[in-house]
Design a protein around this ligand. Structure first.
Ligand code: ZN
Ligand code: ZN
Ligand code: FE
Length: 744
């Protein structure tokens, strides 16, 4: 007999870890105690040495799938304390009360098998779940996490479920949302008028979908609108009713095999699609197909993640459009009554149920890069799981940006990024934002002693932060936008010290009060220097350019000395520009993309932000060519002078060069430009680490070339892995910088 002290570091609380340990302790006939610590859990166990060793060896293999074990320390001792049983010791200090809350988990293999087993008591039951799967974050009202504080409080367990819940050998031991057809929620189907239709709800929905109808389906974090994929007329109807012009729709495929019929799905993509987090993965289409769903080269695909989804697909539906049910910029709908009211005229039927969604949570969206997620949106399946940081951040709140709003809270070495919130300029979205901040503070027991926000004085997130700082007398740190992006990517990769930051973005408020865009910064959490940027582009009519990139095209051409005769509004724009009437300057990378896209005729009007850039990327064909790069210096900032590039583009166009080739050369020019900026920054600073952040790095053509080009020059390149490169990931950087400034 021996005694061992085991310290498990990582994310092991609130993930079903203690029941797992309990089971293993019984299995190996051990005795002792377990308690939470600030960085994980500590076990003290006694038993036979081989059994103890096997227990330890099992940990990484058999731990619950949400657990993140970072390190296991063991210390054996022959001195016994004579434990008689196994006890859970309560947490004493604040830091130790670190209850994590699980994200929602896609249905597991075991539950799926039971769902399809006619002899199982949960055969075809749409709410089947267990300790390893099911709803979590979206049904929680309050902590500590148990059934009474979730949407399941309305459904008392029947004796059968209760027995499973209390049996440690059972897969449903302590599964809070456990239920069955006797005691749990039920689905029902409503027609277009919101009237209940008698019959099998799932079959009614399936029949409607097959007929070409649009059906609202209640998911985990909100409502979806579903319809057939194969008919452009149906997609057009959905677009018209939803007032969504050209933005791509996501697709849900029955399984990976179905996805392979329309997209290229490699082994890594398949693994990500099948992961229990079930994100929407942007996959390359097999040719020019499904253009009525996505006009670019990618389509967002996810696999079913609730039992209800699997029932809807059955074995004869391959794929369905599955788009969030919301109206233009408002948040995703999540309540039955609001769905029926606001989707009338949009949905032809409703597949709903009586288990309430407490918290909105949109589907996550990512590319698969290097075998893992490269997020455009980190939401369902990931939130509210923390990202760990290499520094103790105390308790702080960072308020994020505005258009792609999100916030994060810190507690010690954990940062809790919020789900996708949306554009705060919409009042409902703003209300949801403030409500979610309070919800997170309660869930994770955080009372911020430090606030961070963007430097932009007019962001609603800035106003919110300023008000709270005032009311609660908490220090507030205002963080420059691009600096925050750079810090976010540093924290994402656990970097300290100083780096070169390439931050390519549409727009961010600069320290000089002007709008910054595609920046090359040098610095760390404590501060930065603006080393490089791009030549500023006059935005004729300010914000009007986002929907009318012809204005940018005109400005690029005119500044480059090229002919602008074909623009009918040219004279009016010239008057505005020459008299500085509403013509702010922008060094935004997004604007350069929009303008070139319009010059090439790829996209002359935009119905959503970033559309020009996405389509220009899609148009780019692999080509090795690039245009010459030169720089000019203004106010100590070395700027890429794009005029020569624009002149060459015009010449290529006149020579009849394929626009796909021109688009590729444009991308390649930016790669060259970025490498030269970094080489220059290295000469000035001696730094060799480069971080890539900002919304423009959602461009996969760039992401597949720029890191390699930089590495060839001897740089070490870091990109985002755990949070998004766009403004959604901004708050992580804000919190790091705020902490560093307070220390100084
Ligand atoms: Zn399960
Ligand atoms: Zn039951
Ligand atoms: Fe940004």
């Amino acid at each position: 007999m021996e005694r061992v002290l085991i310290h498990i570091h990582g994310i092991v609380q609130g993930v079903g870890f203690r029941p797992f340990i309990h089971k293993q302790v019984l299995h190996y006939a051990l005795r002792g105690t377990i308690k939470n610590t600030s960085s994980g859990v500590e076990l003290e166990l006694e038993g036979e040495r081989p059994e103890l060793e096997r227990f330890i060896a099992d940990l990484p293999e058999k731990a619950p799938k949400l657990a993140v074990i970072e390190r296991v320390e063991t210390d054996f001792s022959p001195e016994l304390k004579g434990f008689r049983d196994f006890q859970i010791l309560s947490s004493k200090t604040e830091a130790q009360r670190n209850t994590l809350i699980s994200p929602d988990i896609g249905i597991c293999e075991d539950c799926l098998r039971e769902l399809r087993d006619p002899s199982d008591r949960r055969y075809r039951y749409p709410f089947i779940n267990c300790t390893n799967c099911g709803p979590r974050f979206t049904i929680i009202k309050d902590v500590p996490y148990d059934r009474a504080k979730t949407s399941m409080s309305a459904f008392p367990m029947c004796p059968d479920c209760d027995r499973e819940y209390h049996n440690i050998e059972n897969r449903r031991y302590h599964a809070q949302p456990d239920c069955c057809p006797v005691c749990g929620p039920h689905v029902y189907y409503l027609d277009a008028a919101g009237e209940r239709v008698e019959g099998d709800a799932v079959e009614l929905a399936r029949a409607a979908l097959k007929e070409g109808k649009i059906v609202a389906i209640k998911g985990l974090g909100g409502m979806h609108l579903a319809c057939r994929c194969d008919d452009p007329a149906i997609a057009r109807t959905l677009r018209r009713r939803k007032q969504r012009d050209e933005k791509p729709f996501a697709i849900m495929c029955r399984d990976a095999a179905a996805a392979k019929k329309i997209c290229f799905v490699g082994a890594e993509e398949e693994k990500l699609l099948n992961s229990f987090r079930r994100p929407i993965v942007l996959l390359e289409k097999r040719g020019e197909i499904l253009t009525h769903l996505s006009e670019n080269g990618y389509v967002g695909v996810m696999l079913p993640y609730t039992p209800l989804h699997y029932l809807v697909f059955g074995d004869d539906i391959d794929m369905l459009v599955m788009t969030s049910a919301n109206l233009s910029d408002t948040p995703i709908m999540y309540r039955n009554d609001e769905a029926i009211e606001k989707l009338s005229g949009i949905a032809d039927g409703f597949l709903l149920h009586d288990r309430d969604i407490q918290t909105r949570c949109d589907d996550s969206l990512c590319f698969c890069l290097g075998g893992g997620e490269y997020f455009l949106r980190r939401s369902r399946g990931y939130v509210p799981f923390p990202v760990s940081t290499h520094e103790d951040l105390g308790m702080a709140l960072a308020c994020g940006a505005e258009q792609k709003a999100s916030f994060c809270l810190s507690k010690g070495n954990y940062v809790f990024p919020s789900q996708h919130i949306g554009d705060l300029k919409n009042i409902e979205t703003y209300e949801n934002y403030t409500r979610q901040i309070r919800h997170f503070e309660r869930l994770f027991d955080v009372r911020p002693t430090l606030l961070a926000c963007d430097l932009h004085p007019d962001y609603l997130s800035t106003t919110y932060a300023a008000e709270r700082a005032e009311e609660e007398n908490i220090p507030l740190v205002r963080v420059q936008h691009h600096h925050a992006h750079m810090a976010a990517c540093m924290a994402d990769n656990a970097l300290s010290g100083e780096v070169i930051g390439l931050v390519w973005d549409g727009v961010g408020y600069g320290t000089d009060g002007t709008s910054w865009g595609a920046e090359c910064l040098v610095g760390g959490y404590r501060g930065f220097r603006r080393e490089g940027s791009i030549r500023e582009i006059p935005l004729i009519g300010g914000d009007a350019v986002t929907k009318d990139p012809m204005r940018v095209a005109w400005a690029l051409l005119r500044e480059s000395g090229e002919s602008v005769h074909r623009f009918k509004d040219g004279p009016a724009w010239a008057f505005m520009l020459d008299n500085s009437l509403n013509c702010p300057l922008s060094s935004g990378m997004g604007r350069l993309f929009d303008g070139v896209s319009a010059i090439l005729g790829v996209k002359e009007t935009c119905s959503y932000e970033g559309q020009g850039a996405v389509l220009l990327e899609a148009a780019a064909k692999a080509d090795e060519g690039a245009y010459p790069v030169s720089f000019e210096e203004t106010d100590g900032v070395r700027r890429f002078d794009w005029r020569e590039m624009i002149r060459r583009i015009v010449r290529d166009q006149a020579d009849g060069v394929d626009r796909g080739v021109i688009a590729a050369r444009f991308h390649n020019t930016l790669v060259d430009m970025a490498v030269r900026q970094c080489v220059h920054a290295r000469e000035m600073s001696g730094l060799e680490r480069v971080v890539l952040s900002g919304g423009s790095f959602q461009n996969m053509y760039m992401m597949r070339r720029l890191p390699a080009a930089l590495e060839k020059e001897g740089f070490t390149v870091y990109r985002h892995r755990r949070v998004s490169p766009n403004d959604e990931g901004l708050s992580l950087g804000q919190i790091m910088i705020a902490k560093a400034r307070m220390e100084r």
